[in-house]
Design a binder for this molecule. Structure first.
Ligand code: TEU
Length: 566
């Protein structure tokens, strides 16, 4: 693969609702982002991925779009958008929009028309089916198949007006578009071109591997203790997924040059599939978000059924993906986003070793082969939130799970709350902590969701000037990627693979090599320097505890060291 600009780039994800509020309504907005462009420039990121800002009823915080070509007034105006885009471009940064086209809002005109009658020309823009097995609409078990929604409950909603059901893999206000219909695909491509013509630099594509489905929508297997069938084998990577993504590439990106970035969010994708999606020969996507490492702590019962993750599990999976995509495909590298709990609480230590562990986790991620993504607040070492009660949560996935687990499955509320505090998406959605002052400097009003009480200690104002801060370490990691082709495109080789505490690997390109050593535990870690021949007197490029070497044979708790040699 010839070098691409995004191989040495770092992307920063802004979840606008929680980033910065400029008008005091308690919700982040575009002008709040504009006010922090110099902060992003100081951090050194190259691209901003902006979660949805389109018109939406906000059933799923904007991932339910009712007009793809309108800015939701909650976030501002097109004048604000153009100022943001110009401000990013003026600082040498790019803007990638969030493309949510597996589904729309049920308040989108397309759906309103489609639902109006069974013979409406847009009826086939969505997945409509009659009650199954001759049952009456609304009768128990009449849903067209046994799939469950990702947000609890069945994946089908009865529309009483026409007596038919429509498919929604997510909330009932997020009906799935029928990509089998060429009119749907043409309307999506037309909208994408409209945004590229406005000057945006690409798209993050929401659950884009769900757009092709097995058209007879067969029942899935009901897992032990589950209420619904697993439809994933029939909607994840369906039979036409590569055809659709290649067609999208041809109808939108071909001929526009290589300034763009496309990243496909693909729950459940495996390495072989990711290689095919990101092989430049296939002209589909530049990279994908895979989920294996962030699913490692999901037990048999899914994301709310926690199981501990060992360093061997974590580094083994990351290494597997590095080696699996070597040479041909390309990886996104992430710990956090708006759907995942904060990594320093999840895989690090958000207590005594918070700063060291945040830096160590950032180090092992950013120096792998791939494009790193920084989620807002990750660069500050922001942590999960001690939500007091179910009333503190806002996320539809979280609230629906609580209702189903407590009210339907009879689980003790306090047990469910423990799982929510550990895993809820709301952990990532509390306001960015700008200062130690009121509402962490996020808003002059009442924030839409609780502010983490630790904002007094963890905030940008305290960190930006502090050379020992998590912010300073992330800035150094980003700068290292910018100046080192070894980091951007060098070969990856695991080291100390069997060590139960240390994640180690080398990167090499020509006669240059880097060695990354990180103790991902809260205990001292011993290793045999003879297993790392030739590194004893190498140069220390970065060290989260100030000093370090490969000669000592010892790493302190959460100590991370980056060494270079020629
Ligand atoms: O998330 C897709 C997805 O798989 C989610 O179910 C996510 O993995 C899960 O919430 C983690 O527990 C995308 C968006 O990132 C998410 O915010 C949206 O809610 C979802 O699609 C529907 O658009």
């Amino acid at each position: 693969m010839n070098d691409k600009w995004w191989q040495s780039a770092v992307v920063y994800q802004v979840y606008p609702r929680s980033f910065a509020d400029s008008d005091g309504d308690g919700i982040g907005d575009l002008r709040g982002i504009i006010q922090h462009l110099d902060y992003l420039k100081t951090l050194g990121v190259d691209v901003v991925w902006l979660s949805p800002i389109y018109a939406s009823p906000h059933d799923d915080n904007g991932y339910d779009i009712s007009d793809y070509r309108a800015i939701d007034p909650l976030f501002g105006t097109f004048a604000d958008f153009d100022e943001l885009l110009d401000g990013l471009h003026a600082r040498g940064m790019k803007l990638v929009m969030d493309l949510v086209v597996n589904h729309t809002s049920d308040e989108h005109p397309w759906f309103i028309e489609s639902a109006s009658s069974t013979d409406n020309p847009k009826r086939d823009w969505y997945w409509w089916r009659p009650a199954r097995d001759g049952k009456q609409p609304g009768e128990h078990g009449a849903e067209p198949n046994n799939w469950g929604s990702a947000f609890s409950g069945p994946a089908w909603q009865l529309d009483p007006q026409t007596g038919e059901y429509y498919l929604h893999l997510f909330s009932r206000k997020q009906p799935d578009l029928n990509w089998e219909n060429p009119e749907v695909r043409a309307a999506v491509y037309d909208m994408m071109n409209w945004w590229l013509d406005r000057g945006v630099d690409g798209f993050r594509m929401d659950v884009i591997n769900f757009i092709s489905k097995v058209t007879d929508l067969p029942d899935g297997e009901i897992p032990a203790g589950g209420l619904y069938g697993n439809g994933y084998p029939y909607f994840g990577q369906g039979p036409r997924i590569h055809e659709f993504l290649h067609e999208m590439h041809q109808r939108v990106f071909t001929g526009r040059g290589d300034r763009y970035l496309t990243v496909g969010e693909m729950p459940g994708v495996d390495i072989e599939q990711a290689r095919r999606f990101t092989d430049p020969q296939n002209a589909e996507l530049d990279m994908v978000f895979q989920f294996e490492h962030v699913d490692l702590d999901h037990g048999p019962g899914g994301k709310w059924d926690y199981r501990p993750v060992s360093v061997l599990d974590l580094k083994g999976n990351l290494s597997k993906w590095q080696e699996g995509l070597a040479g041909l495909g390309w990886n996104s590298l992430y710990w956090n986003n708006h759907d995942q709990p904060r990594v320093v609480s999840r895989f690090g230590d958000d207590g005594e070793h918070r700063v060291a562990s945040a830096k160590a986790l950032g180090t092992v991620l950013h120096l792998m082969r791939g494009t790193p993504y920084v989620y807002q607040g990750e660069e500050l070492g922001m942590t999960n939130v001690p939500f007091a009660s179910i009333d503190d949560f806002r996320d539809i996935e979280t609230l629906n799970h609580y209702a189903e687990a407590v009210d339907i499955q009879g689980e003790p509320a306090e047990d469910v709350l423990v799982a929510l505090r550990r895993t809820s998406r709301d952990n990532a959605r509390t306001p960015v902590q700008w200062t130690g002052g009121p509402n962490a400097g996020f808003t002059a009003g009442t924030p839409w969701i609780t502010v983490n009480p630790n904002a007094a200690e963890i905030n940008a104002e305290a960190e930006v000037g502090d050379p020992g801060s998590v912010f300073a370490h992330y800035r150094a990691l980003i700068e290292l990627r910018h100046r080192s082709r070894v980091v951007a495109t060098g070969d990856y080789e695991p080291a100390l693979s069997e060590h139960p505490q240390i994640f180690a690997y080398t990167r090499s390109l020509g006669d240059e090599s880097l060695l990354v050593l990180a103790n991902l535990t809260g205990d001292d870690a011993q290793f045999d320097p003879r297993e790392l021949p030739g590194w004893a007197d190498s140069e220390v490029v970065l060290a989260n505890l100030g000093t370090g070497s490969a000669a000592s044979g010892r790493l302190r708790p959460w100590e991370a060291v980056v060494l270079a040699r020629r």
